[in-house]
Design a protein around this ligand. Structure first.
Ligand code: ATP
Ligand code: MG
Length: 195
């Protein structure tokens, strides 16, 4: 069985993440997508604003009712800095029968050369790369070993980021329809990202 891992900080999860996961699922013929919030992301200067528990709860709220999507708390349980290469080793150990793919937006496609132990990781799994405004989906400038492990999938450009949502909340603006309603309710109930 083919499973896509959608990793991220999800601070908060938004429509761009959900659409990317669904496009990847369909285009790559994945049976499931597992959304995996990181504990501490390696590439971000600031700690997530919401707690790991809150980010996981928002993921669960966003995907409830979709039988192809599930939340995976492996990185949160492990704690510390979440390196994808460690995670993929662990997943392969736990689920030897599953063929894993790692879903990423174009910003992360371009950033792949900086991922910790990327050559090892590229030998373990394939990436599914999706378009994202402001970033090229071209893999031509990547080292060949990395380039060969990226499978492109198409999606309409969705100009939404978690950073944008946090800034809008701080400015007192509505983020309705940027995030699914159950996520909006969670954010409002918990007063997340207010100034
Ligand atoms: P932040 O602004 O805090 O970095 P983000 O919106 O980039 O948040 P992340 O949790 O950092 O969200 O991203 C997780 C994964 O989802 C990454 O692979 C990223 O490229 C992808 N992704 C996020 N938003 C989009 C989008 N709008 N279109 C396509 N891919 C996206
Ligand atoms: Mg990001």
């Amino acid at each position: 069985m083919k499973v896509g891992i959608m990793g991220g900080t999800f601070d908060p999860i938004h429509q761009g993440h959900l659409l990317a996961a669904e496009r990847a699922r369909e285009e790559a013929g994945l049976e499931e997508v597992w959304f995996m919030p990181s504990s501490t992301p390696p590439h971000k200067p600031n700690a997530p604003k919401a707690s790991a528990e809150q980010r996981l709860e928002m993921v669960k709220a966003a995907i409830a009712g979709n039988r192809h999507f599930r939340a995976e708390a492996l990185e949160i349980r492990r704690g510390g800095t979440s390196y994808t290469v460690d995670t993929v080793h662990e997943l392969r150990r736990q689920y030897p029968g599953i063929d894993f793919y790692y879903i990423i937006g174009a910003d992360m496609v371009q950033y792949l050369p900086n991922w910790v132990r990327i050559d090892e990781l590229a030998g373990l799994i394939k990436f599914i790369g999706l378009a994202r405004p402001g970033y090229s989906s071209e893999t031509g400038s990547l080292p060949e070993s990395i380039r060969n492990s990226v499978i492109p999938a198409s999606m309409p450009q969705v100009d939404i980021s978690s950073t944008m949502i946090r800034q809008m909340r701080k400015a007192g603006k509505s983020v309705r329809y940027f995030v699914p309603d159950p996520v909006l309710f969670y954010i409002e109930e918990n007063g997340l990202y207010e100034s």
